[in-house]
Each structure stands twice: as C-alpha cells, then as structure tokens.
Design a protein around this ligand. Structure first.
Ligand code: FEO
Length: 159
C-alpha cells in the first residue's frame, strides 16, 4: 500500500503531465496557425505522449492500492514567437519536468518505497531522452537559418 504522502506526490505529477499535454497541444495549434505543419504534428504527438505518462502513472498508483485523481489543470500560456522560441520553451519545460520527477523519486526514497523509486527511475531515464531530443531540435533550428526551417519542419512532420 502506498503512503498518503507519496499518493499526493504522484497525483501532483499526473496533474503536471496533463498540464504538459495541454501546453504542447497549445503549441501545436500555434504552429499550425503559423503554417508549420511538421512542428504542429510533432507537438501534437508530444501532447499525446504526455497524456500517456499521466495514464501510466495513474495505473501504477491504482495497482499499489492508491487513488488516482484528475485535478483542475491550470491554463497554459499561448503566443510563442519564432520557431526557435517554441522549441526553446519545449526544452526548458522538459528540464523543469525532470526536476519534478526527481522530486517524486526523493519522496519515494524518503518513504523507503522501493517499487515507486524503481517506477520513477524509469521516468528519470526517459527525461534524459526528452531533454536531449528537444535540445537537439533547438540546435538544428539555430544552425538552419530561415531557409533551413523548411527542411526541419519536414523532418519533424515524420515523427
Ligand atoms: Fe512527461 Fe515530457 O515528460
């Protein structure tokens, strides 16, 4: 049985994942409006992935005898500026999510809950990939220049 404290931490993380999902969906709509269909597609997929993270965490919590909750999700920002601005914000957000995940591992560790530590270590590792992917897109955008953005957008559309 999971402790109340850990249940709250996981439910907070579920809320954060759903907020991330909405953030990326909002970014996707923005890029679609700007005419960047590849980026819009990539961000819509990212939004789906975040919802899967929330669902995965909820299933885990329920399996451990806890109660998973969908809390109120705060409004996400809108209006993002340039192509580079959007993906710089994706990268910054993923770094923030990594800190949140580390925080859940810390609580699981303090509660001596090995299974939850193990489960969230999976996310610690996944965050390495999420940060690296976003960072590499930012690098490519910086190097590409305006004309190169069409190539990058086509690549992102293949996700
Ligand atoms: Fe659920 Fe992008 O981290």
């Amino acid at each position: 049985m999971i402790t109340e404290n850990l249940q709250k931490a996981i439910n907070d993380q579920i809320t954060a994942e759903l907020w991330s999902s909405n953030l990326y969906l909002q970014m996707s709509f923005y890029m679609e409006k700007e005419g960047w269909d590849g980026a819009a597609h990539w961000l819509a997929k990212q939004s789906e992935e975040e919802k899967e993270h929330a669902t995965d965490m909820a299933h885990y919590l329920i399996k451990r005898g806890g109660e998973a909750k969908v809390s109120m999700i705060d409004v996400v920002p809108e209006g993002w500026g340039s192509y580079a601005d959007v993906f710089e914000n994706v990268y910054k957000h993923e770094c923030h999510v990594s800190e949140l995940i580390n925080g859940v591992v810390d609580i699981a560790s303090a509660e001596k809950d090995k299974a939850t530590q193990d489960f969230f270590w999976g996310y610690v590792r996944e965050q390495v990939e999420e940060e690296a992917t976003a960072s590499s897109i930012v690098d490519k955008i910086r190097k590409a220049g305006d004309a190169g953005l069409f190539y990058i957008d086509a690549e992102l559309g293949k996700r």
